[in-house]
Design a protein around this ligand. Structure first.
Ligand code: SF4
Length: 298
């Protein structure tokens, strides 16, 4: 009997997973790939617009809705405010990334369960490039899910990614003009300059993130406050024009230093012409967002 295989490819709204989907479609046209986007309900409007554009190129994209899939009978919508309460008003952080488990991985697993019940093995295509350090992508030992890395197999590196998007008639997502990656509006992997930009571009979403820092004010047992930027750094500190000015000036200095280095290296042909927020990891000297996860950003 032939093995039943379901090919799935997750889109984060980032450039690598988008390029991967286009690359797999043109390289393996015989594969019937199911594309999915796990919409946490806290995505940037720019990300949603880009997913719509991708759908025109790829065909149907399943929207796995974290809110409805996490819904537990009789408890109503389980959005971030509910999840936060369940986690004792402890905001997710790099050390305790419960948000990814609840808002990305659980909906993904629940979606796959229906295929697995039907006897399918799952091949999950992951956009880790050939020039990235060894990373494993989504892994599970309990389910028949195999991760596949076409970029690594084909030696696709960062400078190939934009070419793939361009030859398919796609520009980079709009958020790259002011933020380095997709993911939730309130993601703690943001750098201070990105929070300042969020406040400028989407003041309502900045306010929403600020409100989550307050947790449950009616709960008198909560003695400690948690903040997206780390302890002692509430988002409201960014509303001070003097603080904003300092952050912007520091950022501009880093960009100027980086551009100088880039110009020097460009003579040697080492760099591609990326725009500033597309190069933020390099500017801040961090590999792939300082460990930001494959599930949310690729
Ligand atoms: S994008 Fe950030 S906040 Fe959202 S689930 Fe991923 S790690 Fe958590």
């Amino acid at each position: 009997m032939t093995e039943k295989v379901k090919h799935v490819l997750g889109l984060s709204g980032g450039k690598d997973s988008s390029a991967l989907a286009l690359f797999v479609k043109e390289t393996y046209p015989e594969l019937d790939v199911e594309y999915f986007f796990t919409d946490t309900g806290y995505e940037l409007p720019e990300t949603n617009e880009f997913i719509d554009q991708l759908e025109e190129k790829l065909g149907y994209i399943h929207r796995l809705n974290a809110r409805s899939l996490n819904n537990i009978e009789g408890r109503g919508e389980k959005d971030f405010a509910h999840l936060l309460k369940e986690h004792g008003n402890y905001l997710p952080s790099q050390r305790d990334r419960w948000c990814t488990v609840q808002m990305k991985l659980k909906p993904f697993e629940q979606w796959l369960d229906s295929f697995i019940k039907d006897g399918y093995k799952i091949k999950n295509y992951v956009g880790i490039r050939a020039d990235e350090p060894e990373r494993v992508g989504y892994m599970t030992i309990e389910k028949p899910i195999e991760s596949v890395f076409p970029f690594r197999e084909h030696g696709i590196v960062r400078s190939d990614i934009e070419n793939i998007l361009q030859r398919n008639g796609l520009e980079l997502p709009e958020y790259y003009k002011w933020r380095s990656r997709s993911g939730c509006t309130f993601c703690f992997y943001q750098r201070k300059i990105e929070w300042v930009k969020l406040m400028e571009k989407h003041p309502d979403l900045f306010e929403e993130a600020k409100a989550f820092e307050k947790g449950d004010d009616n709960n008198t047992t909560v003695g400690e406050r948690f903040y997206w930027m780390g302890q002692g750094q509430p988002l409201e500190t960014l509303e001070d024009p003097a603080v904003q000015k300092r952050i912007i000036e520091n950022h501009e200095k880093k960009v100027a230093r980086f551009n100088k280095k880039k110009r020097r290296n460009a003579l040697l042909g080492d760099f591609e012409g990326y725009c500033e927020f597309n190069e933020l990891d390099d500017i801040y000297d961090e590999a792939e967002g300082g460990g930001a996860c494959v599930t949310c950003y690729k």
